[in-house]
Write a protein that binds this ligand. Structure first.
Ligand code: IPM
Ligand code: MN
Length: 351
């Protein structure tokens, strides 16, 4: 029987509440499908930082490598200046563990309201493959003559051929196995970013010759934003840079019904990977049981898929679909008609 070790970083605010529901669902599906797992809770986050001044404890990155996956709730604490936890915890883990793919399925579950008129679940079902370790996130640049009227600030987009190639490879392979649409769309800005995105464009066109079964499509990022709102059904698999991916996946989260349903994975294929609901820590709702755990449960499903438990992952997805389609009133915090833990129970029952 397969056995997995999962590191759990509940994190700040409502993070621990939603991951508890995800773990509940993993337990239920493990019993049904026949695998076992153990979890180790790590108290990394805002409270620990305020007490100890430490973000990731000594040896923490190495520790995570000993697990089969990491399950993360949320980072963001009202008493910690914005950016400290995001950079010191989330981004550090992505970089140190070289989790070079940020995978964001964008799926409208039945019963979930989208702000797009006349769009149905079958119209909103695509995935964004966001490069997760380079670009404007590389931290290259500086403030020259800082604080003077002559100040100049630069922030360099770093794009390596190896980094671009491994991201594109993942996207082509995913697109090939996803469905019959087989349309991969590179989202970039080749008409303006004539160095960085020229590299992406060349690497993309070269790799496309290895995938004659896939339509190697291209959108400028601004056009993609329009198209995603007007014709989301056009998209199948999108591959894009770190910064553009950050922006378009928030747009995508809204058309799929909001942060309460959006899940993501920070993936290093074959290596230490981390799965998380996209919504924040919502500190003012901590302990009230009003936060929608569907995103966290969907992230758990992604983690199961990553672990090779594809049948379980599918089963959880189907259970989510059943619950959103029939049992929930709304996806919004506090208007679900059930508490956080009741939603977790409903998903377990629907398995
Ligand atoms: C995300 C988040 C992070 C990012 C923040 C919290 C640093 O917005 O996962 O999309 O910018 O990547
Ligand atoms: Mn973001």
């Amino acid at each position: 029987m397969a056995h997995y070790k999962i590191a759990v970083i509940g994190g700040d605010g409502t993070g621990p509440e939603v991951v508890a529901e995800g773990i509940k669902v993993i337990k239920a599906v493990a019993d049904l499908e026949g695998f076992t797992f153990e979890t180790q809770e790590l108290d990394w986050g805002g409270d620990r930082y305020l007490k100890t001044g430490e973000l990731i404890p000594e040896g923490g990155v190495e520790l995570l490598k000993q697990f089969d996956a990491t399950y993360l709730g949320a980072v963001g604490h009202p008493d910690v200046a914005p950016g400290i936890l995001e950079k010191g915890l989330l981004l550090t883990l992505r970089f140190e563990l070289d989790q070079y793919i940020n995978l964001r399925p964008v799926k409208l579950y039945p019963g979930v309201e989208t702000p797009l008129a006349d769009k149905k679940p079958e119209d909103i079902d695509f995935v964004v493959v966001r490069e997760n370790t380079e670009d404007l996130y590389a931290g290259v640049g500086g403030n020259f003559k800082k604080g003077t009227p002559d100040e100049v600030a630069t922030q360099t987009s770093v794009n390596t051929r190896k980094g671009v190639d491994r991201c594109l490879r993942y996207a082509f392979e995913l697109c090939r196995k996803r469905n019959d649409k087989k349309r991969l769309t590179l989202v970039a800005k080749t008409n303006v970013l004539t160095y960085a995105h020229d590299l992406w464009d060349r690497a993309y066109k070269e790799m496309a010759t290895e995938y004659p079964d896939i339509e190697a499509d291209y959108n400028h990022v601004d056009a993609c934003c329009m198209w995603m709102v007007k014709n989301p059904e056009y998209y199948d698999t999108i591959v894009t840079t770190n910064m553009f991916g950050d922006i378009i996946t928030d747009l995508a989260a809204m058309i799929q019904g909001g942060m309460g349903v959006a899940a993501g994975g920070n993936i290093r294929p074959g290596g230490a990977s981390m799965f998380e609901p996209m919504g924040g820590s919502a500190p003012k709702y901590t302990g009230q049981g009003v936060i929608n755990p569907i995103a966290a449960i969907a992230a758990a499903s992604m983690m199961l898929d990553f672990l090779g438990e594809e049948a379980s992952a599918k089963r959880v997805e189907q259970a989510i679909t059943k619950v959103t389609g029939t049992k929930m009133q709304s996806m919004a915090a506090g208007r679900m008609g059930h508490s956080t833990s009741q939603i977790g129970d409903l998903v377990c029952e629907a398995l």
